[in-house]
Structures are given as structure tokens and as C-alpha cells.
Design a protein around this ligand. Structure first.
Ligand code: DP6
Length: 334
């Protein structure tokens, strides 16, 4: 049975232990497990509607609520994922897809994790199927966006749950309620990153540092899980900063090298050092881009916001925090 349409809202996530480098890039089969915090405010909303056409229709909903052309890159990734989902769900239906991000799409924050998690959830619902978050994570990963697997669950999430099965599901390490951590996002570059993550994954094994990091990840995962269990911000901070540095060391020493940082990145990292010296526990991580995610408790959040807002090189500051994960909505974009 198919419903006429379904809408899902799925959050972005910030990786504490990174997914960087893949055994199979097209299917996002990772070398190592990764662990992230699901966000609350930075979300994608996606409506999927069954249509009587021979082809899928992919649209982007802009800030004014108008459906616009999403650009070839995004549309072709969505079409390819719809074809995969049709095979997996056993349906021949064609779909109209409309997606909107409720965070500024010009903020330079990766939206493919939230976008593909929302697309997967809405398509499963419109096909009349009910899947648990673990099964959804396996389908979301097939989009080629590995981080989308982690956005199908809330709180703190590890993917894959068992690295001896790298195509396996994600699993929740702790709920959002367990530890209400904040993520203050210091946006130093509002544009799209010059080198997509996909290129970074592809080049990662050319770095002489890649193999060393692979050997360190199991211990880091255990340290991150333990820190989350114990709500130990300093313990978590050590792991996330080492992981972010390693991702960027690998990117910078890949062939050809990738330099994601800009001047604002350094300004923010120096501010973190200064804040810590004054006794403010704040720690940083970065994905494949120049923006910095500042992880702290709710008590420290406004101090952190104030300090980074004062930097000329910071274009925008977004307040986010750990959130409960995706959900189906009963209002639709189209
Ligand atoms: C640096 O392949 O999931 O964010 O294609 O943008 O979805 P997209 O990225 P993906 O790689 C994510 C890379 C990362 C680290 C991480 O989230 O683990």
C-alpha cells in the first residue's frame, strides 16, 4: 500500500569520531566506525509524493517557500537514491521530492546527512512501510552519504554499530536526555566547500598518516563512548580535537592536498585556547570545511557565543544542541 505523500524532518549531526575514507565509496562502506551527536535545530524537511509520471521530479524549496531547481548534482544524487530505495522497498512508484533546509543553506554546513536521512524516511513512509531506525540507517547509507546513517537516530550515535559488519546499522550510544551538550557553530565560510567530502574520502588513503589514524580509531571510539557514558566533557574534548586534527592532517597530506581551513578557523581555535585558560570548558571539532563546532555545556554556551561573535572573521554563529532524531510530520512542503 502506498500513501499519497509523506514528510520527514531529519537533523544534521556533528561527528566526534570521523568517517574519513571508504572501502566502497559509492555505497559508503567505511573503514572504521564513526560516532556523532545528532543536532536539534539544523534540520532538513523532505516531502515525497507519488506521481503518475515516468520520471522522478526533484525540487528544492527556498526560503520563500517556492519550489526551485535544486541543481544537477543534488538532483542526480536524489534520483540515484530513489532508484535504490525502489529496489529495496519493492515498489515501482515514481516520486516528486521537495526538500528544504531550516538552517541557512548558505551557511556552509553539510546538509547531505540530514537531507538523505529525511528523504529515506519519507520514501519508506510513502511506500507504506514501517522500519525501525536501525533499518532506516542501512537504507540511508546506501545514498552514498555515510553520515546520513547517523542522522536516522537521535542522541549520540555510532555507525556502524559493529565494524566487523561495515554495511550494518547505526546504533544509539546514549539518548539526547542523557547529556544535554551544546554545539555552537562558528561559521567562517558561508560558501559551499571547494572540495566535496567525496573527494576527501577518495584521496585519504594517499596520505602517509591515513594508516596510523585507522589504528588509533578503535581506542578513540572506546574513549568517546566512555566519556559520553560518564558525561566527561574533558575526556570527550581530548578525543574530538585529536580526531578533527587528524582528519585535517590527512586532508592536507593527501595527493593532491586539500586545505579546508581559512583565517577565521585559526581565530576561533585561538579563542578556544584562551577560553580554556580562563577556566571555560569548551572543545572544538570540524568537518570537511572551514567552520568550527564548539562543544560545551549549556552553562557555558552564551560565553562561547559572545566570544566568537566578537571575531571579525566569524560570519555567523548558530546555536544548536543534541536532539532526539528524525520524525514524520503531518504538514507537507507540497
Ligand atoms: C567530514 O560522505 O557522509 O563530515 O557526502 O557530505 O554526506 P556527505 O559526507 P559523507 O562524509 C562525512 C565526512 C565528515 C565526517 C563525518 O561526518 O563523519
Amino acid at each position: 500500500m502506498t500513501a499519497a505523500r509523506a514528510t520527514a524532518e531529519a537533523p544534521a549531526n556533528i561527528a566526534f569520531v570521523k568517517y574519513w575514507g571508504a572501502r566502497d565509496l559509492d555505497h559508503a562502506v567505511p573503514w572504521t566506525a564513526s560516532l556523532s551527536m545528532t543536532l536539534r535545530r539544523c534540520c532538513s524537511v523532505c516531502t515525497v509524493e507519488v506521481i503518475e509520471l515516468d520520471e522522478d521530479l526533484v525540487q528544492w524549496v527556498n526560503r520563500n517557500g517556492e519550489c526551485v531547481d535544486p541543481g544537477v548534482g543534488f538532483a542526480s544524487r536524489v534520483r540515484a537514491h530513489l532508484a535504490t530505495l525502489r529496489r529495496r522497498l519493492g515498489t515501482a512508484a515514481r516520486f516528486r521530492v521537495a526538500t528544504r533546509n531550516n538552517f541557512p543553506s548558505s551557511a556552509g554546513i553539510a546538509s547531505s546527512a540530514s537531507g538523505f536521512a529525511a528523504l529515506t524516511m519519507a520514501t519508506v513512509a510513502v511506500a507504506g512501510r514501517r522500519l525501525d531506525p536501525a533499518a532506516l540507517s542501512v537504507l540511508a547509507r546506501m545514498s552514498g552519504s555515510g553520515s546520513a546513517a547517523r542522522s536516522t537516530l537521535g542522541g549520540f550515535v555510532e555507525w556502524p554499530e559493529d565494524i566487523s559488519n561495515p554495511q550494518g546499522p547505526a546504533a544509539q550510544v546514549a539518548t539526547a536526555d542523557h547529556w544535554p551538550l551544546c554545539d555552537v557553530i562558528a561559521v567562517t565560510d558561508q560558501g559551499e566547500k571547494a572540495v566535496p567530502s567525496r573527494q576527501g574520502h577518495r584521496r585519504a588513503p594517499t596520505s602517509p598518516l591515513f594508516a596510523t589514524r585507522l589504528s588509533l580509531v578503535p581506542e578513540r571510539l572506546e574513549q568517546a563512548r566512555q566519556a559520553i557514558r560518564d558525561r566527561d566533557l574533558e575526556g570527550l574534548g581530548r578525543v574530538i580535537e585529536s580526531e578533527a586534527l587528524d582528519l585535517h592532517y590527512i586532508a592536507m597530506s593527501s595527493q593532491p592536498p586539500i586545505y579546508y581551513w581559512n583565517g577565521g578557523t585559526i581565530d576561533v581555535l585561538k579563542t578556544v585556547q584562551r577560553l580554556r585558560k580562563t577556566g571555560c570548558p569548551v572543545f572544538w571539532t570540524m568537518d570537511a570545511g572551514a567552520n568550527v563546532h564548539l562543544i560545551c555545556s549549556q552553562a557555558e554556551r552564551e560565553t562561547v557565543v559572545r566570544e566568537v561573535e566578537a571575531l571579525e572573521s566569524v560570519r555567523q554563529v548558530i546555536r544548536d544542541e543534541v536532539g532526539p532524531g528524525p520524525r514524520l510530520l503531518d504538514t507537507h512542503l507540497i
